[in-house]
Structure formats: structure tokens, C-alpha cells
Design a protein around this ligand. Structure first.
Ligand code: CDP
Length: 138
């Protein structure tokens, strides 16, 4: 049986907005927007991988909140799993340090203004109710 490799993506939420990151590479993905994240390493917990990826890619100190239900196939052997996440107190604001050349905090009304990677679209759709919940809480 072929191993599956989990790619974790973060629905990073703040004040009812979701962070979208524009990929700068590879050429076939450049210019498309994604939930930031990356591959889980062998022996690594997915939540730990996500915190690591967010530190590496965006320079932030984040924590995961909950798993977004579902799992979405990428190019084999990769599958995408998504967690909601938030910045920890005292974290720097996200910056596009690696893999990305632009970031946007999107309100619910703006969610479909960016050209999401096809494979991220169902995951983004699943996170929308959580975004609204976050908005109401403030
Ligand atoms: O940073 P790392 O090399 O671990 O992973 P990556 O290159 O950011 O992502 C691994 C693969 O997952 C790539 O083929 C991405 O296109 C894909 N991916 C995705 O489809 N959606 C995301 N939100 C994140 C990654």
C-alpha cells in the first residue's frame, strides 16, 4: 500500500477574517491563493507541523484550534487536512517569508475575491461558518 502524506493547511482566523497567502512557487501554482501550511514530517503530529510551517512561512507564533472536518486529495500521495488556528498573544503579524509573495486577511464578503487553489476551495468553504462564529464573538 502506498503511504499517504498529509499536507496541513491553516485557516488562520483573526477578528472574523481568514488569512489567504499567494504562492510564489512553483510556477504552476504561483499567483494562486492557499491556506498556508505544508507537509507533515515523519513522526510529527499534524498540529505541530502546522505550527512549525506557520512559523517558517509567515514568522508567526500560532496555535491550532480545531480540525475542519474533511480531507481533500492533492496530487498522490498527498492529502490536505485543515485546522483552524489563531495567533498567540505577542505573535508578530504574518509576513510572506517563504513560498508566498502576498497575504490578505479576508472578511466573509471578500472570501471569493482571490483565486484559491482548486484543491483548497472545499476546505475554505468548510471554514466559513467558523469565520462567522468568530465575527459574532467580538
Ligand atoms: O512547505 P512544504 O514543502 O512542506 O509543502 P508545500 O510545498 O507548501 O505543499 C506541499 C504540497 O501541498 C504542494 O504540492 C502544494 O501545492 C500542496 N498544498 C495545497 O494544495 N494546498 C495548501 N493549502 C497547501 C499545500
Amino acid at each position: 500500500m502506498t503511504e499517504r502524506i498529509v499536507v496541513v493547511g491553516a485557516a488562520l482566523l483573526d477578528a472574523g477574517r481568514l488569512l489567504a497567502a499567494r504562492r510564489s512557487a512553483p510556477p504552476e501554482l504561483a499567483g494562486r491563493w492557499e491556506l498556508p501550511g505544508g507537509k507533515v514530517e515523519q513522526g510529527e503530529a499534524p498540529e505541530a507541523a502546522l505550527v512549525r510551517e506557520l512559523r517558517e512561512e509567515l514568522g508567526v507564533d500560532a496555535e491550532t484550534m480545531e480540525r475542519v472536518p474533511g480531507e481533500w486529495p492533492l496530487r498522490p500521495p498527498y492529502v490536505l487536512q485543515v485546522w483552524t488556528a489563531r495567533l498567540r498573544p505577542g505573535s508578530a503579524a504574518p509576513e510572506p517569508l517563504q513560498d508566498h509573495d502576498a497575504l490578505r486577511w479576508l472578511t466573509h464578503a471578500e472570501i471569493w475575491d482571490v483565486d484559491w487553489l482548486d484543491q483548497d476551495v472545499p476546505a475554505v468553504r468548510e471554514t466559513l461558518p467558523k469565520l462567522d462564529a468568530g465575527t459574532r464573538a467580538r
